[in-house]
Ligand binder design. Structure first.
Ligand code: FES
Length: 506
């Protein structure tokens, strides 16, 4: 799903992209498993770039250089989502990197807690530990136990009658303010005591539509780590490109008007009265809208949280609100919907991974010169890049001062690394990991069954299985079991590990 503006880039007067060697066209074709509403949109819509009106062609937001404003965005004075609660096992610690810092989240029996993912004893990662029966986080290395506020409560090696070394301040682990909102665990990236009550002053952005108890809608949450930074992620790839890409219409994208309103340090939104959808950016990482309807009648309301992880890495947490169109909709498990969501993310991943490096090569300052963004469809991208320039001076305020702003990781050389799903999604998703386990068991059962049936035929031939027809039926069952196990193995590989996405084959 290539963003439209990439296809509009002129050959002249533009710096040469340095990463053309990455082969994005090789590999097998993928089956489109997008949710039905997306497939329906694609099938029912016949738009052509030739139908763009002059008005639509004119950008409403000018991509001009902006001087750094006096008001600077404070990345450390923000709430960041860690994960949807449905993807957090309360019986285990969860390690995540956010804004350049490694944190561990765990459930202490009454609340979710977030702490530095570093044991004060010998700096082992606490996320490799366990949650004990008292809800304490226990380090896996030497067994130190920490309660929800970070206090060390137990050091196994300390003599019971010796000095209470666990009470020493050096035995504490730093904890962060955290809260569950919109079924998502959020944390505030400051550990100093003066920020302990930050929730009274500042809350994470609340999205009432996610919590709305409406039986005609249902919510699907998901999470995936992406091999490009949150700025590229927030380039509205997943939103705007959904409407304006060549995949939406094989003949070439969808023109639509988009006017930006109320742009300030806290974000901006599009005009809710536009024909096509409504989009809102809440700094630093929340993006919501209704790409397939008006704000009054959203067919689907999608919320993306594009979480800064590290330079060149981001995490996309999404919450999609689907309209119930049949009794089957609500019964389908989350992993079924994630097949479509992952295919959509795959379609952008290779493009955005390279795009980010191309933009870094020409310099973030030169974005507006290097990219040719002539239509109003690009207005959100332009507005976002202008926001990043004006209020952030092209810098993310990483919490970890050792993070090098300019240093992107080297380009991912192979497609299976770029589009791998297991570590980036399945391991973080309770629905997909449970489905994977069950399907693995079923695969083994089918293989054993096919061998057992053949064994049965060998033993029972002449006694139980006497006729040719009976023998043929038993052989057919064995072949079917074996074929089903092979089909399932292929399905598992494509759904949970890797499925190539070749635009040319779409
Ligand atoms: S490193 Fe954690 S208890 Fe020793």
């Amino acid at each position: 799903m290539a963003p439209l503006y990439l296809h509009l880039l002129p050959n002249a007067s533009r710096p040469l992209p340095p990463l053309r060697h990455l082969n994005l066209a090789a590999g097998a074709s993928a089956t489109s498993l997008a949710p039905r509403h997306l497939q329906r949109m694609r099938a029912d819509t016949r738009w052509s770039s030739m139908s763009m009106s002059a008005d639509t062609m004119r950008p409403v937001v000018e991509a001009v250089p902006m001087a750094a404003g006096e008001e600077q965005f404070d990345w450390l004075d923000q709430w960041y989502p860690i994960a949807p609660v449905c993807d957090l096992n309360p019986r285990a610690p969860h390690g995540k990197m956010v804004l350049g810092i490694s944190v561990v989240a765990w459930f202490d029996g009454s609340d979710w807690r977030v702490a530095d993912d570093t044991c004060p004893h010998r700096l082992a990662p606490l996320s490799e530990g366990r949650v004990d029966h008292k809800g304490r986080l226990q380090c896996a290395y030497h067994g130190w136990c920490f309660e929800g506020r970070g206090t060390c409560q137990f050091i196994p090696q300390a003599p019971a009658l010796g000095p209470p070394v666990h009470k020493n301040n050096k035995a504490r682990v730093a904890t962060y303010p955290c809260v569950v909102q919109n079924n998502i665990l959020w944390f505030y990236p400051r550990t100093e005591p003066e920020h302990r009550d930050v929730l009274q002053r500042k809350q994470p952005p609340y999205i009432p539509e996610i919590d709305k108890d409406d039986p005609s809608y249902f919510m699907i949450y998901g999470v995936r780590d992406l091999p490009y930074g949150c700025i590229t992620d927030l380039d509205f790839g997943t939103f705007i490109d959904l409407l304006s890409t060549v995949e939406f219409d094989q003949e070439g994208g969808l023109p639509f008007k988009m006017k930006i309103e109320e742009a300030n340090i806290d974000g901006f939104h599009s005009n809710p009265k536009e024909d096509w959808g409504f989009f809102k950016f809440v700094a630093p990482c929340t993006l919501l809208g209704s790409p397939f309807g008006t704000v009054e009648e959203p067919e689907v309301r999608v919320v993306f949280f594009c979480v800064p992880v590290a330079p060149g890495k981001s995490r996309c947490i999404w919450a999609s609100r689907y309209k119930v169109s049949g009794w089957l909709d609500k019964m389908m498990p989350r992993w079924f919907y994630h097949m479509g969501s992952n295919a959509i993310l795959d379609s952008d991943t290779g493009l955005l991974h390279v795009e980010e490096r191309n933009i870094a090569a020409v310099g973030l300052d030169n974005w507006h010169k290097a990219c040719y963004v002539p239509t109003s469809s690009d207005n959100l991208v332009i507005a976002y890049r202008n926001w990043f320039r004006k209020y952030c001076n092209h810098q993310i305020g990483w919490a970890n001062p050792t993070v090098n702003q300019q240093l992107l990781p080297p380009p991912t050389p192979t497609r299976d690394q770029l589009l791998e799903r297991y570590w980036s999604h399945v391991m973080q998703c309770t629905s997909c990991s449970a489905a994977l386990k069950r399907m693995r068991v079923l695969e083994v059962v089918l293989q054993v069954a096919s061998v057992a049936v053949v064994g049965f035929l060998a033993v029972a031939k002449g006694n139980v299985v006497t006729s040719v027809v009976q023998r043929a039926a038993v052989v057919a069952v064995a072949v079917l079991c074996f074929a089903a196990s092979r089909w399932l193995a292929n399905f598992i590989e494509k759904t949970f590990y890797f499925q190539d996405y070749v635009h040319a084959g779409k």
